[in-house]
Design a protein around this ligand. Structure first.
Ligand SMILES: Cc1cc2nc3c(=O)[nH]c(=O)nc-3n(C[C@H](O)[C@H](O)[C@H](O)COP(=O)(O)O)c2cc1C
Length: 368
């Protein structure tokens, strides 16, 4: 089958007119943007990170009210958790920048104390649970029955694949390396997002520590295309027609775009975040574990610099929950120095404020 046929197979299976996917934004997806991209003939994705069953049901209802077109719901798989639900994966030999030894809850709180004081917030104590269980989330997604369910941080378990098949839900996995793509194909996914290190947000590696899976899109895409038979969706660094054309030239069947859409007024980003996308040069984005305990790309604001210098970073999901206690409030007050400013290396190419303008620009790069 030619690459053009594979691309057509994907758009037909997804029921979309254009091979353009809006990436999910865990914690920052908006119904408006997801529905807008689906209405334009692409695939809008919505990130469900941290959502419980009730919120997933509510979100699916809102999405259905906003669009009758297909959309994707996105979940994080639980990765290498210890008995208490903490991510125990740490870089081993070959890591480029091993993080400091994971800090305890109390040490991490001490390192963050200044931020709670600055915002007049109580110093947190451990919650009953850090995250809803994956099983609870997956049952709610099955009930919602989206056209597509997409995953990061692993291969969906066989029961998940079987239950999705029963309901006609297509499964998309996410790979940061060739071996992860091969594992995802063996696990039964219908398509694979190959995401290069340029991308905004978390580096979603699962077969080795993220620091040891830093491959750029121009190298990763063709290698994944060569290694698997399922359609490949290129993600990371694509923000205009040139990026789309390049991804297709490398054998991709579709593209997944984050940063360029996050800048638009339809996204849930606040003004501080939009301004950061508009003003951060590629070389000023960093990969850091400071905010969540997992490696993620964004602007190096005061919070990131201070936490990195302090060196007391708890493992995921503890660090993510802890920083969330001030980040969410900082986001409400539009304090860019104290919130997460996830954005990718192509931020300077993200120039449009309307989702339809981003979409038209991307469609212009799809080969006829
Ligand atoms: C704020 C933010 C949150 C994200 N959360 C998720 C997520 O929960 N799940 C996921 O699959 N990808 C997530 N991503 C990655 C995007 O969906 C997309 O793949 C990525 O931004 C593409 O790279 P680009 O930013 O260079 O376009 C997130 C990106 C951002 C900016």
């Amino acid at each position: 089958m030619s690459e053009h046929d594979v691309a057509e197979r994907l758009t037909t299976a997804l029921g979309i007119r254009h091979p353009i996917v809006l990436g999910p934004f865990g914690g920052l997806s908006s119904v408006e943007l997801t529905a807008a991209v689906s209405e334009l003939g692409g695939l809008g994705s919505y990130g469900l990170y941290g959502y419980d069953a009730a919120r997933i049901a509510e979100t699916a209802t809102e999405l259905r009210a906003a669009t009758r077109r297909p959309f994707a719901l996105n979940l994080w798989l639980p990765l290498e958790m210890d008995g208490e639900g903490f991510d125990t994966r740490r870089p081993t030999g070959g890591a480029t920048r091993p993080p400091a030894k994971p800090a305890s809850f109390d040490d991490a709180v001490s390192a963050l104390r200044g931020f709670f004081e600055e915002l007049d917030l109580p110093v947190p104590t451990p919650p009953e649970r850090y995250l809803p269980s994956f099983d609870e989330q997956w049952s709610a997604v099955l009930q919602a029955q989206p056209a597509v369910a997409s995953f990061v941080f692993g291969v969906p378990p066989a029961e998940v694949v079987a239950s999705a098949r029963e309901r006609g839900i297509l499964l998309v996995g996410t790979a940061t390396s060739v071996d992860e793509a091969i594992a995802l194909q063996a696990g039964g996914v219908d398509a694979i997002v190959a995401t290069g290190l340029e991308a905004a947000g978390h580096r979603v590696s699962f077969l080795r520590p993220a620091e040891s899976a830093l491959v750029g899109s121009i190298s990763l895409i063709p290698q994944v295309v060569d290694a698997v038979d399922v359609p490949v969706i290129a993600g990371g660094g694509i923000a205009d027609r040139r990026g789309v054309a390049a991804a297709f030239a490398l054998g991709a069947s579709a593209v997944q775009v984050g940063t360029a859409f996050l800048r638009t007024r339809q996204s849930a980003a606040n003004d501080a975040h939009r301004n950061a996308i508009a003003s951060t040069p590629a070389h000023d984005t960093v990969l850091t574990r400071a905010m969540s305990g997992r490696l993620s790309r964004g602007a190096a604001n005061r919070a990131v610099r201070s936490i990195e210098q302090g060196g007391a970073i708890a493992p995921f999901p503890v660090q993510n929950w802890l920083t969330g206690r001030f980040r969410i409030e900082a986001g409400r007050r539009n304090l860019g120095e104290l919130q997460s400013l996830w954005l990718g290396q192509s931020a300077p190419l993200a120039v449009h404020d309307e989702a339809s303008d981003v979409f038209a620009e991307l469609v212009a790069g799809v080969p006829a």
